[in-house]
Design a protein around this ligand. Structure first.
Ligand SMILES: Nc1nc2c(c(=O)[nH]1)N[C@H]1C(S)=C(S)[C@@H](COP(=O)(O)O)O[C@H]1N2
Ligand SMILES: [Mo]
Length: 508
């Protein structure tokens, strides 16, 4: 028989602990706001105008603190009710815990989106609540009053219950402190990044001649906030530039260890470069173009003097991810760099702060190591990298690719003259021409905007006269080596998708 006493306070302790663990997970995952703040801010945005202005008149600047206090109090009440109900009406208690999580989830999703990093803290919080309640009732029910001889009030089960509640409280306290320290550390690194002025870093707008000027075609320069992200790390590495070190070793005559300042002191090179992901499907969005600033990998590797026989560079990130890059791609005359800035800003944390590699012409998974800390010159025969262990190709130059941005699939357009547009890329080789075909007709040359590098995408456009009815438009590119983009359809695995992007639309 489960003792009925002490469950209200136990509910409060459990509630706060679940909340603290949830905040800790949110802090570790760098979610902008934990669940509590998300709920408060959601309430603020949801409050009807008249109520809000009344609150502002009546409470003035105390409005927010008052809201926080009110919310805390109602939460504490709900926690204790949920606790009290647990041994009595289990489903009603469960319903409260689940509803509280649902409110938190709704608020977080409304404010931050639906990614795993946004929703995971809420799920973890709910699990902690239900698990703690279950453990507590197990402890409370373990020793029956008749066995202890002294009734339910003073027997071992009561003590056990109190101890168990204490353990839950300690977990909560630890998580609370952990959440504070974590978000403090993250905040400190974000502040270091904000204050960082890197000599030699400049900002650029996209050159006018690179823009085709067709509405709906994605911007030639991708803003940092819009740049696609791919990484295996759940918790994004937080590295202070002052603590960062890069070790270049392996098959080299001279091993090098660099600090951040040592790296910058080498002098920066800047260039436009389009980065793309091998997992990008035909017509997909896992591609972006930025103005990068960094130190040429060829210069640093020349200092280290690779030995004869080496053909690969194993790059490792702070979180243990690896990629193996052809040594030749990091030592030839292309703009392969250890990048420190993106679009004139220090790298965003998500894009590899403080240092990441970019190599024109290679897919990210074989070259673009973020949070880079270790560079080992080696042989392909001697190493396996993260994705090559998992069935992806050892070497993967970017495939000749083109994409239609307008019209979009299933668009309804006006019959008459229609301008079709998009982008095409094959970094390190460059795009010579783009061809477009309407309804399976002859390929026609598109207009291509100018870029003075082989390492970026180009924008293209073409005008067609379309009759009312359903249509399909296809695109293919021709690179500067004269290769014509193949129409053979291949999946992204193991070394990148092929096939022509086709968009179906209707003219009315
Ligand atoms: N440390 C680390 N670096 C990484 C990855 C990763 O998972 N971990 N993913 C790679 C892949 S697959 C790609 S496509 C690019 C994406 O870079 P971005 O997120 O800056 O766009 O980073 C590469 N660098
Ligand atoms: Mo990728």
């Amino acid at each position: 028989m489960t003792s009925m006493r002490g469950w209200g306070p136990a509910g409060v302790v459990t509630g706060l602990t679940g909340l603290a663990v949830s905040q800790l997970v949110a802090a570790l995952l760098s979610v902008r706001e934990g669940p509590f703040v998300a709920v408060v801010e959601s309430i603020i945005t949801l409050v009807p105008g008249p109520v809000a202005s009344w609150a502002i008149d009546f409470l003035g600047s105390r409005g927010k603190p008052v809201l926080v206090v009110l919310m805390t109090l109602s939460m504490l009440v709900l926690f204790s009710v949920a606790g009290w109900l647990w041994p009595r009406v289990r489903w009603a208690s469960t319903l409260i815990w689940v509803s509280l999580s649902a409110v938190g989830l709704a608020a977080v999703v409304a404010r931050n989106g639906t990614g795993r990093t946004e929703t995971l803290p809420i799920g973890v919080g709910l699990v902690v609540w239900l698990l703690a309640m279950t453990v507590l009732s197990w402890v409370a029910g373990r020793a029956k009053p008749s066995e202890t001889g002294s009734g339910a009030t003073a027997g071992p089960s009561r003590r056990g219950f109190a101890v168990a509640v204490g353990v839950v409280a300690a977990l909560g306290l630890g998580s609370g402190v952990g959440a504070r320290l974590t978000s403090g550390r993250k905040a400190a690194i974000k502040e270091s990044r904000r204050l960082l002025r890197i000599p030699g870093v400049t900002a650029r707008k996209s050159p006018a001649r690179a823009r085709i000027g067709v509405p709906g075609v994605q911007p030639w320069r991708t803003r940092n906030d819009d740049f696609y992200q791919v990484h295996t790390a759940l918790v994004i590495p937080a590295i202070e530039p002052a603590q960062w070190r890069l070790r270049i070793h392996g098959m080299v005559e001279r091993e090098i260890v660099l600090t951040y300042d040592d790296l910058i002191a080498r002098g920066l090179t800047e260039a436009w470069m389009t980065l793309s992901c091998v997992s990008n499907e035909v017509g997909g969005q896992l591609v972006g173009n930025a103005w990068w600033s960094g130190v040429l990998t060829s210069e640093l590797l020349a200092e280290a003097r690779p030995m004869r026989g080496a053909d690969a560079v194993l790059q490792t990130s702070e979180d243990g991810w690896t990629c193996s890059t052809p040594l030749s791609a990091m030592t030839d005359d292309r703009n392969s760099m250890f990048a420190v800035a993106m679009n004139g800003q220090p790298l965003p944390l998500e894009h590899g702060f403080p240092v990441r590699t970019v190599v024109p012409g290679l897919y990210g998974y074989t070259s673009a190591c973020k949070w880079l800390v270790d560079v080992e010159v080696t042989r392909f025969a001697d190493v396996e990298a993260y994705w090559t262990e998992r069935g992806w190709a050892e070497q993967a130059p970017v495939r000749l690719t083109s994409r239609i941005d307008v019209p979009r699939p299933d668009d309804e357009v006006e019959a008459g003259v229609l301008t079709v547009g998009g982008s095409a890329w094959r970094q390190n080789t460059g795009i010579e021409a783009v061809e477009v075909a309407l309804d399976g007709g002859a390929w026609r040359r598109a207009r291509v905007a100018q870029v003075n590098t082989a390492d970026t995408w180009v924008q293209w456009a073409a005008a067609f006269d379309v009759e009312p009815g359903p249509h399909v438009v296809r695109v293919r590119a021709i690179d500067r080596d004269g290769e014509v983009q193949t129409g053979v359809v291949r999946d992204v695995l193991p070394d990148g998708a092929t096939g022509w992007h086709a968009v179906e639309f209707t003219a009315v």
